[in-house]
Design a protein around this ligand. Structure first.
Ligand code: AMP
Ligand code: MG
Length: 396
């Protein structure tokens, strides 16, 4: 049986960042830049006033000096081409073009105005209250580097430069295929023996949270139906994630269906709990195929450990084999924990205020405990944890 890290290494070797596409700024949040971005222009793009007040020659604006103010006001917007003569001041507002012949702005609170005269109460230094052209960004300057993640403020920066779109790695389309005769969609009535399909919306949401585009479909435990559903999924998706039907039961048709559709199984079974019957395969057209155990907890844990890193790498994130790209958490064990088994066990935990406790029952169908958990804690085979011990895990 493959070790978890070997499994992830093998999967990541077959994963490459998605094609570079240009997306409008409003769709770029969280996306990874595929190229450096340089400044398109100086910012500010012209010398302008940082205050509402009067543009002056600093040398004339001594304390107590009186200056004449013309009738025309320079507000933010079109440049009126005003020129300030000797002994004059020009009424100006924040963001307005600095008139020729001025080199400072006196705040309106620092003058006394009478008719067309102002008296300077507070003198100004040359450059005071002026935002010089290029003082923030110079044209041609590197603004963002390839690999950096688009945040709201970086989106604002590029908008301020007049840049409407950015090159990023396209989001992978992930088709989630659930399997099972017993499954019913939420909203429909159940008959005895049936259960609701929780993996479908949970995994679709997990795909979206990881940054991919999720779609869902379902097949009953019937080889022909499963092949039909999988073949449509393989035709459109970058990644196909199958939940359930991947074990050794007589009605587990996933492996057979995949083989008949030309998917090569790279490995089946990983030494990890939950999630032993995990499958990874590849279709000749490049689609990556994952078979997850059907139990919701096992499905979510294996999705987190093996599929999220793939989605992140396709988006252009720098993914390490020894991490899963979910963010790390650490804290002190608040209770004893143990793994009597011979596989590494990912326990669902709650990390709060520097302390880690278990999140309810740890059975692989127990979705309530999973829903309360915010991290996965890895215990090695035979590991015993005593309260107070330092633990680390992955955020979920
Ligand atoms: P399987 O891997 O198909 O043998 O399924 C293992 C367990 O997970 C069974 O109890 C299934 O009923 C359950 N299961 C499988 N798929 C889903 C699903 N989509 N939603 C909820 N439970 C599921
Ligand atoms: Mg099943």
């Amino acid at each position: 049986m493959l070790e978890e890290s070997e499994a992830r290494r093998s999967i990541l070797e077959y994963t490459s960042p998605g094609a570079v596409i240009w997306v409008p700024l409003e769709l770029a949040l969280g996306q990874v830049l595929a190229q450096d971005i340089v400044g398109a222009m100086d910012s500010p793009v012209f010398d302008n006033s940082g205050m509402d007040g009067y543009a002056v020659k600093a040398a004339e604006a001594k304390e107590g000096a009186t200056l004449r103010v013309g009738k025309i006001v320079q507000a933010a917007g079109g440049d009126l081409g005003l020129v300030c003569g000797e002994g004059e001041a020009i009424r100006i507002f924040t963001g307005a073009v600095l008139p020729d012949g001025t080199d400072a702005v006196v705040m309106q609170e620092d003058v006394e105005r009478e008719g067309d005269l102002i008296r300077i109460m507070e003198p100004v230094e040359p450059g005071e209250n002026i935002r010089w052209r290029g003082s923030d960004v110079c044209a041609g300057q590197k603004l963002l580097s390839r690999g950096e993640i688009m945040t709201p403020t970086r989106i604002g920066l590029l908008a301020s430069q007049g840049i409407p779109e950015v090159p990023v790695h396209g989001k992978p389309l992930v088709q989630v295929v659930t399997t099972g005769d017993e499954l019913v969609e939420p909203g429909a009535p159940l008959i005895p023996g049936e259960i609701y399909n929780s993996n479908s919306p949970m995994l679709q949401a997990a795909v979206e949270k990881a940054g991919g585009i999720g779609a869902v479909s379902h097949a009953c435990d019937d080889l022909a139906e499963l092949k039909a559903v999988l073949s449509r999924a393989l035709a459109v998706a970058d990644i196909v994630v199958i939940a359930g039907g991947v074990s050794v039961g007589e009605r587990d048709f996933v492996k057979e269906a995949l083989t008949e559709l030309g998917v090569v199984t790279e490995f089946w079974r990983v030494r990890v709990k939950p999630g032993k019957p995990f499958l990874f395969g590849r279709h000749p057209d490049g689609t990556l195929v994952f078979g997850l155990p059907g139990n919701p907890v096992s499905a979510y844990v294996t999705f987190s450990l093996f599929v999220i890193p793939v989605i992140r790498k396709m988006l252009g994130y720098d993914v390490k084999v020894d991490g899963v790209g979910l963010g790390d958490v650490s804290g002190i064990a608040a209770e004893p924990m143990s793994n009597p088994g011979d596989r590494p066990h990912y326990l669902r935990g709650v990390c709060e205020g520097g302390r880690v406790r278990l999140s309810g029952t740890q059975q692989s169908h127990a979705i309530f405990g999973l829903s309360r958990a915010n991290c996965l804690i890895r215990l090695g085979p035979g590991q015993e944890v005593v309260p107070g011990e330092m633990l680390s895990g992955y955020g979920i």
